[in-house]
Design a protein around this ligand. Structure first.
Ligand SMILES: *Cc1c(COP(=O)(O)O)cnc(C)c1O
Length: 376
């Protein structure tokens, strides 16, 4: 059996190497490494794939969030509501811009932001909501879009983990994640659903005016080189990454199907295991399974993880610490007990290997060992 990895980028490269090598060679021969033709072509192709008018690439998914907040013109002290159960980027950029993160707890089934708690967190100072489409599954957008409309708030969708997932609105129509809010942000970090071979990110929007502003901010606030109308940042997508991402975008539908198949096999094999809560697919969405994350309802999660490791099965804890309890964030004044669902999840979740190259034999091995360990 092939060695099991959390994400097997090496095997994916082996499978696609003819196209990737040719794409890289073309860029090397062009000598245009910043804002080359491939960057524009990739943005256009991703925009078409997502069905949004504007995709503006940038240096990484964290910068994309920062640029989004800058483009919306939020000011120091403005409050932004976001989830406590996610990667650090969101609160990091809020802190850098002197905006006030207001954290709320998540839904115990989908692990995404709880709209009822968002409603209760709105104050006269609230300016925006940042839902995170976590682990491949959309946040529940309809109630959030309603709240935003009623209260004149912006929505930035953090779509770093769920590019390609669909949200199904109450009226039965569906929308791609990243296309519903004022701005969507995403990441092309190698392990993300659409990954490059380095850092990368993008913003998506339907708003022409915002798109123009974003196009200036990511490139030093300039529309014309050396004429700076706004304070911006330097956060561009490399031409090399764009060329690699074009190849991966061509394969993205297949990547998503492959992950969904792995998830289906896990679901089948682990269905009767009482001690696990398997990923619960929300009725309002499709799931692209960036992660396959179970909740270990009873037993010692960390011990189970080390026993898996002894049998050469990697696993990860996304995330071990709520944002509210991170050391970097103590000034916010949150305490243990403030966010019962997030705190419970941080102590009980376990993400199993899932990627586009997984083989049946590996899934059978993983689930067999996991069931044995749980039965001990
Ligand atoms: C990965 C990730 C980011 C940050 O993306 P980078 O490209 O690594 O900066 C932001 N938000 C979430 C939810 C992520 O998973």
């Amino acid at each position: 059996m092939k060695r099991i990895r959390m994400v097997d980028i090496q095997s994916q490269y082996q499978r696609l190497h003819n196209d990737i090598d040719a794409a890289i060679k073309k860029v090397l021969e062009s000598g245009v490494f910043i804002n080359g033709e491939e960057v524009r072509a990739f943005s256009d192709e991703l925009a078409a794939w997502l069905g949004v008018p504007h995709v503006i690439p940038c240096g990484n998914g964290t910068d994309a969030l920062q640029i989004a907040l800058m483009a919306l013109g939020l000011e120091p002290g403005d409050e932004v509501i976001t989830t406590n159960f996610t990667f650090i980027s969101t609160v990091e950029v809020l802190a850098l811009l002197r905006l006030k993160p207001v954290l709320v707890d998540v839904d115990p089934d989908t692990f995404t932001i709880n709209p009822d708690l968002v409603r209760r967190a709105i104050t006269p100072k609230t300016r925006a909501i940042i839902p995170v489409h976590l682990f491949g599954q959309p946040a529940d957008m309809d109630p959030l879009l309603e709240l935003a409309k009623e209260n004149h708030l912006y929505i930035i969708e953090d779509n770093a983990q769920s590019l390609g997932a669909k949200y199904i609105h109450h009226d039965g129509t569906s929308a791609m994640t990243g296309s519903m809010g004022d701005i969507g942000t995403t990441s092309f970090f190698p392990t993300k659903p659409l990954g490059g071979y380095g850092d990368g990110g993008a913003l998506t929007t339907r708003d022409d005016r915002l798109a123009e502003k974003i196009r200036m901010i990511y490139n030093h606030g300039a529309r014309v080189k050396y004429y700076h109308d706004l304070i911006g940042v330097n956060s561009r997508l490399d031409t090399l990454q764009a060329a690699i991402l074009r190849v991966n975008l061509q394969n993205l539908d297949q990547f998503i199907r492959a992950r969904q198949q792995v998830a289906a096999r896990y679901n089948q094999a682990l269905a009767g295991v009482d001690r696990l809560q398997l990923p619960r697919a929300a009725p309002y969405a499709t799931h692209v399974y960036h992660q396959y994350t179970v909740v270990v309802k009873s037993g010692n999660r960390n011990r189970i993880q080390s026993m898996l490791k002894e049998r050469d099965i990697p696993s990860m804890i996304y995330y071990p610490v709520p944002l509210s309890l991170q050391k970097a964030f103590t000034s916010a004044g949150y305490h243990k007990g403030d966010f019962p669902v997030t705190e419970y999840l941080c102590d009980h979740v376990l993400s199993l290997p899932i990627h586009t190259e997984m083989e049946d034999e590996q899934i059978t091995y993983i689930t067999g060992i996991l069931i044995d360990i749980l039965n001990l």
